[in-house]
Write a protein that binds this ligand. Structure first.
Ligand code: SAM
Length: 219
């Protein structure tokens, strides 16, 4: 590795350590989630112009009016998904930059991720390949319909907000499975965790959030 890249690597490791300390202060406690965030280079998932800001606790633009989610939100949603037990098969709706995908891929046996904007999906695919994460399957499609071919999922994570719970995603949850999803519109959104029980669904309201809307149609 050349000296410049080695330098960037060392710097980002130190800034990631600071980011993980901040996440702990914000209440993230799951050691596996914190360990994976410490190891995952967020700067490769953002546009070069924003690389120096990659470890700030903020969402950043990734083009097409979309954003890479704030690190706290990635950590929180992952922690909520993992709280009920280890993850086997996960569906992610809204690949975006692919950063959340990379975090999930290190915590679940297999990750299926769908994105409606083709150039974002292609860029995310390259980042996932660069990190040699081989347990990720990606598709360019409207995730409001889920990804029926691999259902049921024991975890579903949705990174864009629909106004209400999408029925196809509920249908694709395994019994005992968990879905973490922002619900609402421009007037207000709440993160919810939905658990599928033997007899139905249980929803918990977690906290207010601000996500881009879940939109139909492909770009
Ligand atoms: N976790 C991602 C990250 O950190 O990069 C979040 C990306 S952004 C907040 C949400 C993504 O959801 C955007 O890339 C957007 O294009 C995508 N999206 C919105 N509606 C969608 C849909 N119906 N199907 C698939 N992806 C969708």
């Amino acid at each position: 590795m050349n000296r410049r890249l080695q330098g960037i690597g060392m710097t980002s490791r130190r800034t990631r350590e600071r980011m993980v300390s901040r996440l702990k202060e914000q209440g993230i406690t799951n050691p596996s989630v914190l360990a994976v965030i410490l190891e995952t280079p967020r700067h490769i998932f953002v546009e070069e112009a924003f690389a120096s800001r990659a470890y700030e606790d903020t969402a950043l633009p990734i083009g097409f009016n979309q954003t890479i989610s704030q690190p706290y939100i990635v950590a929180r949603m992952t922690e909520l998904l993992l709280e009920k037990g280890p993850l086997d098969k996960v569906l992610e709706v809204g690949t975006g930059s692919g950063y959340q995908t990379a975090v999930l891929a290190q915590l679940a046996r297999r990750v299926h991720s769908v994105e409606r904007i083709y150039p974002l999906q292609q860029r995310a695919r390259r980042c996932i390949q660069d990190l040699h994460l081989r347990n990720v399957r990606m598709k360019h499609s409207d995730g409001g319909w889920g990804w029926d071919d691999y259902a049921p999922y024991d975890g579903i994570i949705v990174t864009a907000a629909p106004p209400e719970l999408p029925q196809p995603l509920l249908d694709q949850m395994a019994r005992g499975g968990v879905m973490v999803i922002p619900i609402g519109d421009g007037r207000g959104q709440f993160l919810q965790r939905v658990t599928r029980t033997e007899v139905g669904f249980q929803a918990e309201i977690i906290e207010p959030v601000s996500f881009v809307p879940l939109q139909g149609g492909l770009l």
